[in-house]
Write a protein that binds this ligand. Structure first.
Ligand SMILES: N[C@@H](CCC(=O)N[C@@H](CS)C(=O)NCC(=O)O)C(=O)O
Length: 235
């Protein structure tokens, strides 16, 4: 069994099998990226559910793995050089898992960088902007009831980002063409989430982005996506 005792997070969420990848997450748009990738890659892992209700993501044990106090985070007992490694930030975790396995990432170097552009587009654009849209449109709707500016700003930016994705996908099956990659896995949970979690389908004019909608359906039809979207499950 691997020794993970140098990771304080394992005191609060003990590993049952310390030889497996330990996932600390919740089925949110950022959280499910990692469970979907792990399912797609067929890597064995132990999911630990982090309870936002109890603010567990801000507990000292969690923050010892991710100083930013946000899910997802992982420990891989079999990291570089066979030594355990802890990782946070969903984009970095996806790149790590893809490079570790050589899957979900193009082998061609130029295509690999092109894919990284789209991963960064999600991390710096779609995630933060859709997140702010959801905050003002749904969760803080009462606080901005007398001021339409925040919703309009993030709605319009989210729609602009969707139009960029629409252009990319109008003649492609996946973001990188024929190959399903971590760029798709990073992005589709947010397009789904803006509808499922924020009720944004009409406001964001999803019907006006047919290529994105068809791609989302293809992503959601994958068995690994269906499984990963539910993990870590409720106890
Ligand atoms: N850029 C980070 C964002 C992570 C993030 O915002 N996670 C949210 C859930 S989707 C979270 O942990 N929220 C709880 C909090 O902010 O306390 C990543 O992609 O991993």
């Amino acid at each position: 069994m691997s020794d993970l005792s140098s990771f304080p997070i394992t005191k609060k969420w003990p590993a049952r099998n310390s030889d497996l990848i330990q996932l600390y997450s919740l089925p949110t748009p950022n959280g499910v990226k990692v469970s979907i990738a792990l399912e797609e890659l067929g890597l064995a892992y132990e999911p630990h559910r982090i309870d936002f209700g109890g603010n567990e993501q801000k507990s000292p044990e969690f923050v010892s793995l991710n100083p930013n106090g946000r899910i997802p985070a992982i420990i891989d007992p079999d990291g570089p050089g066979g030594k355990p490694i802890g990782l946070f930030e969903s984009g970095a975790i996806l790149v790590y898992l893809a490079e570790k396995t050589g899957k979900l990432i193009p082998a061609d170097p130029a295509a690999r960088y092109e894919m990284l552009c789209w991963v960064m587009f999600q991390m710096g654009g779609i995630g933060p902007m859709f997140g702010q849209f959801g905050h003002f449109h749904k969760f803080a709707a009462e606080k901005v009831a007398n001021n339409s500016y925040p919703v309009e700003r993030y709605r319009d930016e989210s729609k602009r980002l969707l139009s960029v994705l629409e252009e990319r996908l109008k003649d492609r099956q996946w973001i990188m063409g024929d190959e399903y990659t971590i760029a798709d896995i990073a992005t589709f949970p947010w397009v789904r989430g803006a509808d499922v979690f924020y009720g944004g389908r009409e406001v964001l004019d999803y019907a006006g982005f047919p290529a994105v909608m068809a791609w989302l359906e293809r992503c959601l039809a994958r068995p690994a996506a269906q499984k990963g979207l539910e993990l870590p499950a409720k106890p």
